[in-house]
Write a protein that binds this ligand. Structure first.
Ligand code: ADP
Ligand code: MG
Length: 144
């Protein structure tokens, strides 16, 4: 199937919550979300909003001492990756990334460019661009 692309704009951090609900609905068969964007673009905020929309009650924040955090929601698990500090793809292998990606659970990935070669054939890409202090442009590309 040809990928489909959609563009969204938010005018404030608060608008991310509503967008997250829409993203989950419009990509309801997607489980792997690669979230691209510079530091401060809003990747973590988007993961927080996606988790909240799923019903995660755990605290959602970027993993600091590890690469992946695990959260729970009523229907299963969510894995939140941040590959910012990874030095090479070996570290991703050591982490056992494949088991996570193949689990069928939600995987939200910050800094996916660090492990781009390891991404599965099908995943949903979200690119966040800063357009102003509080404005963000989000470009979704998905096969699902
Ligand atoms: P990243 O994980 O990409 O480094 P964060 O999510 O940690 O970025 O931080 C994004 C910052 O940008 C937050 O301080 C947030 O309040 C701010 N921000 C301002 N406007 C927006 C917006 N429209 N969408 C997302 N974040 C925004
Ligand atoms: Mg972050």
């Amino acid at each position: 199937m040809a990928p489909r692309t959609e563009t969204f704009r938010t005018q404030s951090p608060g608008e991310t919550a509503k967008l997250a609900q829409h993203l989950l609905a419009t990509c309801k068969n997607s489980r792997i979300f690669a979230i691209f964007g510079d530091l401060g673009a809003g990747k973590t905020l988007l993961v927080q909003a996606l988790c909240e929309a799923l019903g995660v009650t755990d605290t959602v924040k970027s993993p600091t001492f590890s690469i992946v955090n695990e959260y729970h929601y009523p229907e299963g698990k969510v894995y939140h990756f941040d590959f910012y500090r990874i030095k090479n793809v070996e570290e991703a292998f050591d982490l056992g990334y494949e088991e996570y990606f193949d689990s069928g659970d939600y995987c939200f990935i910050e800094w996916p460019e660090m492990i781009e070669i390891l991404l599965p054939e099908e995943y949903t890409e979200i690119r966040i661009e800063v357009e102003g202090e509080n404005e963000r442009k989000l470009t979704l590309t998905t096969d699902t």
